[in-house]
Design a protein around this ligand. Sequence first.
Ligand code: AHR
Length: 498
Amino acid sequence: MTKETKVEVNPRRVLSSGNSMLYGHFIEQFHRQIYGGIFDPDSPLSDEQGFRQDVLDALKNIGTPIVRWPGGCFVSNYHWEDGVGKREPFFDKAWRVEEPNLFGTDEFVAFCRLIGAEPYICTNAGTGTAEEMSNWVEYCNLKEEGKYAKMRQENGLKEPFNVKYWSIGNENYGNWEIGAKDQKEWARLVLESAKMMKRVDPTIELLAASISDLDWNINLLKEAGDFLDWISIHGYWDRLHEVDNPSPYETCMIHTLEIEEQILKTKHILGSLGYLNKIKIAFDEWNLRGWHHPNVHRGDWMADDIITSRDRNDINSTYTMADAVFNACFLNTCLKHSDVIGMANFAPVINTRGAIFTHEDGLVLRSTYYVFELYTKCMGDKIVDTWTSQNDFFEVKHGGKTYHVPSLDVIATTREGSENVRIAIINRHPNEKRVINIKNNIQFENGTVYSIIGSSKDAYNDIDQLDNCKTVQHTVKVNAYEAAVEVEPHSVNVLVFE
Ligand code: AHR
């Protein structure tokens, strides 16, 4: 018999709101994300500016609210002036390749405008300086005052770009990053950079890298907290860089339980330092999988297998329903904590480990793409009170331990000006359906459930099989305040009541 769970929703009790930037993305000058990804002037699929039209359409379709660029580790050896006006290639010491510099600030901002996304620029806090960062703000945001605004105008761009979101550096706490810093150095650099950047444009919002470590944050916030609007955290969960095969579906489900810890640690640190309502958290790089390079975390950048490892990221068969279910759980977790998390950026959105895979004749939309499509089109931006009778777990044995993973993850939302409830229901269970009995304390007439399903938990999309993972839609029978919905195993669902 199919197990049943009760869910009760109170759409009039709003817990938090305004979280559309949680569906943001990240692109890096790395691998095939820019060249051969979004920007490919030689492709017949590209527009007159060199952007792949099919990629632009796919990103528009998932309502991409914000894009973080240009790195990642790349940015810690990137000098933005080389990427505007006359272009010179340089040897990128982060990824050990030649960077042609054909895609720079002007192209990034144009790309964001084309897909309707807010540009978010990450600055060089590795080999760069506070002055270089603030010059970049001048180039983007000043109308015509000074050398850099005039430089933009000479490049044919009369109006300022008004880039609102800027982060100081990337993962400068890690020894893999060019220009890594210790706690004191970091706090000082963030302070000096923030001061100069906000003197150029006081309306910008500033982010700086954080780890869930008390001392790191005490240093950072005591020194620079008054200049910061956000702190940035990153999360990658898989062990793909250590093994040759993707983790099994069940192990990925254990990782869904680990997302919340990092958020809570950061939230409590912000709270204990008195910054809870002033500084928000941006989860501005996240993905189930780490970049597939066996030596990344040994710091061995000279590995001979670097190219092979990069190409291994392109194996579509490793992007399965496990990724889709993990991603939906990540978004549900952020939505639940959207009182403190205001932004999240899937890393990256295209190629490498992204939701979209490009090839010369078109795209493969991986299972994760459909999660962004479902959430941006069907969910609301107000989290409302929900109660779930959660007593349904499955066991996973991993690394000598036994985990009890809840089968369901449920969150309900509404949209501004409407009490129609939109409920995300994730069934993590690898092979059993579930029935959800929903009670809403407002009457409704119609219900539709949109479900991302795959023929098996290991189903994936590829060039010759584009819809093994796809979204389907069903009508749900409703009875005034109540409805019952059946959800498939390893599925992501959004139920919309009207
Ligand atoms: O995506 C590859 C790298 O992963 C990014 O450059 C870095 O920020 C993260 O560690």
